[in-house]
Design a protein around this ligand. Structure first.
Ligand code: M6R
Length: 614
């Protein structure tokens, strides 16, 4: 859950590394560091905290690295050892000749440390990574070939890793490798880049090779040589990357999160392009390989995901069960992987992940695949590790999401589930054609309705101002919007650090109601439909306990004015589509509260965008 970059070529390296790390800050930001090959030796610079601290640390050292054209960099999200200078990467072997940056977790690091300590290695940090530095240095001392040293070390390292390694004796050579962690090579003119993710290199090149697990690449300005762990030469597949650099700019918004919230109408339009042309046409999902036969033989569907993607999955369950009548289970990936699931050839397993790299979901997917399940992946990254495991794929086309708090990718995942549920119902013939047409008509109107909400965002900002100083926050809903309550609470807690919880409103009186008093805000997601009256009566129960009541509603019922202190009005919509409409004001509410509190909205503490460790 860190970000790594590397460069070897003919350009001055420091800016390339720092710019690259900046694009990877979403992966972690509690410390950072670079190592550059200077005239006489490798020099290492590190700083605790945000990348700007490393920039400051480098000021005044420019002369030392003005002519350097090779280096590696790292941005850390601490796993083993606190975010201190000693634990920050790059890590070195005892003599300082070899440096390494690492993303992932070395599972057998304790055994490696013990073994290496016995042979004289002295450890300076508490990290798992330092063991790799000593181990590769030991191998290098035996074979005097850096690529070979990394290859030999790979046999002894267990766990997940992407590594970039340099050695003082190999002035023009960068060696990189990976296992169960992302790493790609960018190809320029007489230069190569290495990075954990596309944004770190896209400014320089769109030609890339995705390194596969257990492959080792030796990069020099003139050459790229890749071998597998058995030293067989690999012919790399060069791909053209699809991302545009402009996607990484804030485009005038104060934060990426606000920009990404505003992109949501277009995200919906994008995902519909080529998939739903008109209300009376079929849904087209070219990369989904489910047909009448597979659906008829299906015994169950399991959807696995984490965090926000899990909330999208919960709504997916609601839609698939309503539209297609197939039983669906939803589970957090981190739970799924540690129990005996009933998964076989007659199971459709849907993995949902913005990044496509989340370690728990990836492991769960691999387990399900090994049991013979059909794997369908819903992801924003069709180039990700999860996508590569897929039998069927729905790329959600939300564009790069920089803010750690997921917003537009959530809306895109919901859209993927609407399309999938409609697509499956068409195959199964489970919905009357006239109902299908009306559902599709409504689906195509959603972007305008979100635009309407965005145009009234000042009202939400005003509401937010009233709650910025609260300690706790409760979101209640029922039916298809219960996951919306969970997602609203998750957004608020992750960026404002306010203790927020989502409840199915019917559960209030089974315990949570005890917490209600005049200090507790309760936001009721009161959308017209089958559970409206029930939720209204739950809201009255909360009001009777003096809670500070807020409604998010598309009802125009006058009596709401007496019940609620604040009302956030949204456009009318069929109940089935209300999660798309309801989440946007909740994202804005969380955003404005966090902004009032002066929090670091795009990079909340302790979090990272892509959780590539279990
Ligand atoms: O990339 P993924 O969708 O697999 O990530 C899952 C969660 O880590 C992610 O949704 C996380 O909860 C976000 N910070 C939510 O805003």
């Amino acid at each position: 859950m860190c970000g790594i970059v590397g460069y070897v070529g003919n350009k001055s390296v420091v800016d390339i590394l720092i710019d690259g790390l900046e694009q990877l800050e979403y992966r972690g930001y509690d410390s950072s560091g670079i190592a550059v090959m200077c005239d006489t030796e490798i020099k290492v610079y590190k700083a605790i905290g945000k990348l700007k601290n490393l920039r400051e640390e480098l000021c005044g050292h420019e002369k030392e690295f003005s002519s350097t054209t090779m280096g590696i960099g790292h941005i850390r999200w601490a796993t083993h050892g606190a975010p201190t200078l000693l634990n920050a990467h790059p890590h070195t072997c005892n003599c300082g000749n070899l440096v390494v940056v690492h993303n992932g977790i070395i599972e057998n690091y304790k055994e490696l440390r013990e073994d290496l300590a016995k042979s004289g290695c002295v450890f300076k940090s508490q990290t798992d990574t330092e063991a790799v530095a000593h181990l590769v240095a030991r191998k290098y001392a035996q074979c005097k070939d850096l690529k070979e040293a990394v290859r030999l070390a790979s046999y002894e390292i267990e766990g997940a890793y992407a590594l970039c390694v340099m050695h003082n004796e190999c002035k023009n050579t960068l060696v990189i490798t990976k296992r169960n962690a992302p790493l790609l090579i960018g190809i320029g003119d007489n230069e190569f880049y290495a990075a954990s993710d596309v944004p770190a290199i896209i400014k320089h090149t769109n030609k890339a090779v995705y390194l596969e697990d257990n492959q080792i690449a030796e990069l020099t300005p003139e050459s790229m040589e890749i071998v597998d762990i058995e030293n067989n030469k690999i012919n790399p597949k060069i791909e053209i990357l699809p991302w545009e650099p402009v996607a990484l700019s804030k485009m005038g918004y104060k934060h990426f999160m606000l920009k990404e919230i505003h992109e949501q109408p277009d995200v919906i339009r994008n995902i519909l392009v080529g998939r739903l042309h008109a209300p009376d046409e079929h849904v087209v999902l070219n990369e989904v390989k489910l047909n009448h036969e597979t659906l008829t033989h299906l015994e169950r569907i399991q959807i696995i995901a984490c965090g926000t993607s899990l909330h999208a999955a919960m709504i997916g369950k609601y839609l698939i069960e309503s539209f297609c009548g197939i039983s669906v289970d939803v589970e957090a990936s981190s739970e799924y992987i540690y129990r005996k699931t009933v998964t076989n050839e007659r199971t459709l397993v849907i993995g949902v992940s913005q990044s496509g790299e989340t370690a728990d979901t990836l492991t769960a997917i691999k387990q399900a695949k090994a049991k013979g399940a059909h794997i369908l992946i819903v992801t924003n990254r069709p180039d990700s590790a999860m996508a590569r495991e897929a039998d069927s794929l729905i790329p959600v086309n939300a564009g790069i999401e920089v803010s750690v708090a997921a917003t537009k990718s959530y809306i895109a995942q919901l859209m993927a589930f609407y399309l999938l549920a409609l697509y499956m119902s068409e195959i199964k013939d489970s919905i009357a054609p006239s109902t299908l047409t009306s559902l599709k008509t409504e689906l195509m109107l959603l972007p305008q309705k979100i635009e309407q909400i965005l145009s009234q965002k000042d009202n939400i900002q005003n509401v937010a101002r009233n709650y910025a100083n609260t300690k706790d926050f409760i979101f209640i809903a029922r039916g298809i919007n219960y996951p919306t309550a969970l997602e609203g609470a998750l957004k608020l807690k992750e960026i404002s650090y306010i203790n927020a919880t989502g409840y199915p409103a019917g559960e209030l009186k089974h315990g949570p109601i005890a917490m209600l008093d005049e200090t507790m805000p309760v936001l009721s997601i009161l959308m017209n439909g089958s559970v409206y009256e029930k939720l209204l009566s739950n809201s009255e129960e909360a009001k009777a306990r003096n809670a500070r009541m807020i409604a998010l509603t598309n009802s125009r019922d006058e009596k709401l004015n007496y019940l609620f202190e604040h009302i956030i009005k949204v456009p009318d919509v069929q109940e089935l589509f209300s999660p798309i409409i309801a989440i946007v004001p909740l994202q804005l509410l969380a955003y404005y509260i966090a902004e009032f509190l002066g929090k670091d909205v795009d990079q909340p503490r302790n979090l990272a965008k892509s959780v590539t460790v279990e």
